[in-house]
Design a protein around this ligand. Structure first.
Ligand code: NYM
Length: 212
């Protein structure tokens, strides 16, 4: 590799934690500081697979639980060539949800083990940093109504939070827990500091493989 590669920076958390707001602010501040950065989000609803997922989430169609899990994973894999191309150009990727949401949401359904849920995502480009935006689900609910999409209930979000806690025990991932109950600017400063560190560290190391 001739130039410094970009870093993969993932923001995770339950719904209403502020991930999308913080991803957008992070990309803007990085760019303002001359650091090339772009935002990715999963699910990426614009592809054919993404459209299937989107209409499932909007309750417009029903998909069998294993099937939809594999579609979420396929939606990440279909973006891998583009992600790698950007990283190799030195662009850091700020990613709104990744495989961790995939595992946390499906494994919150009855009959799904973490292991089974992780398998399809093994080998994806490994994030250099995963920040978990932590707000308890009741605080998240206070921030405004959950929407009307599938999974948007307090009971399900509680189960998802517990699955995230399990995933965060994995020492092979650079997890950072961010107290997201604070104001937007304080959370942003914290996220920016962690990101700059990760970008500097990643620059001269090869892209890793997730859960391998
Ligand atoms: N979701 C997201 C999953 O169930 N599996 C996945 O792999 C991913 C990436 O989709 N409730 C769920 C979490 C959300 C929903 O996400 C849509 P968003 O960020 O609201 O568009």
């Amino acid at each position: 590799m001739t130039c410094r590669r970009g870093a993969i920076i993932v923001l995770e958390g339950v719904d209403k934690a502020g991930k999308t707001t913080q991803c957008k602010k992070l990309v803007q501040t990085l760019q303002d500081n001359g650091v090339p950065a772009e935002m990715f989000r999963f699910p990426e609803r614009t592809t054919k697979i993404g459209q299937l997922i989107s209409s499932y989430l909007e309750n417009k169609n029903n998909l069998e639980d294993h099937t939809v899990h594999l579609l979420f994973s396929a939606n990440r894999w279909e973006l891998v060539p583009l992600m790698k191309e950007k990283l190799e150009q030195g662009i850091s990727l700020v990613v709104d949800r990744y495989a961790f949401s995939g595992v946390a949401f499906t494994s919150a359904k009855p009959g799904f083990s973490l292991d089974w849920c992780m398998n399809p995502d093994v080998g994806l480009p490994k994030p250099d940093l995963v920040m978990f935006l932590k707000v308890n689900p009741s605080e998240a609910a206070r921030r405004g109504q959950y929407g009307t999409e599938r999974y948007e209930t307090s009971a399900f979000q509680n189960a998802v939070q517990q699955r995230f806690e399990k995933l965060m025990k994995d020492p092979t991932i650079n997890w950072q827990v961010i107290d997201a109950a604070r104001n937007i600017e304080d959370v942003h400063t914290d996220i920016m500091n962690h990101s700059v560190n990760a970008i500097n560290k990643a620059a001269n190391t090869p892209i890793g493989e997730l859960w391998k």
